[in-house]
Design a protein around this ligand. Sequence first.
Ligand SMILES: [Zn+2]
Length: 115
Amino acid sequence: MSIRSPNGIRKLSACPNCAAELGTAPVGTKPPHTYCPSCGTPIRPVWWQTVLVIMLMMLIDFGSGALLGLGGLSLLLFEILFLIPAMLLAMFLLFKNIQPKYATRGSVPPSLFSR
Ligand SMILES: [Zn+2]
């Protein structure tokens, strides 16, 4: 039950519970897992990848509203309606380019001081 492979290198897309390799061979051919396929543990991408998705989502959402030249209430309505598509687009763009790294769902985000 180690997260490290036999040669001691930490696998990027390993299950945090059973250390099964969850990465896809060409990066981004499948969406990130929500459950480990081999042990069934609920998993999610690590906090910094979630932060990256949120930042990219905000950029896409507010950027597209600004590009369309909207203002006032129409801008607000557009942002609200476009939030979910922007989030899906952000997740697609991010996990198309980097391999998702997993943490167990409901676990405390790691701090710099816990090792
Ligand atoms: Zn597992």
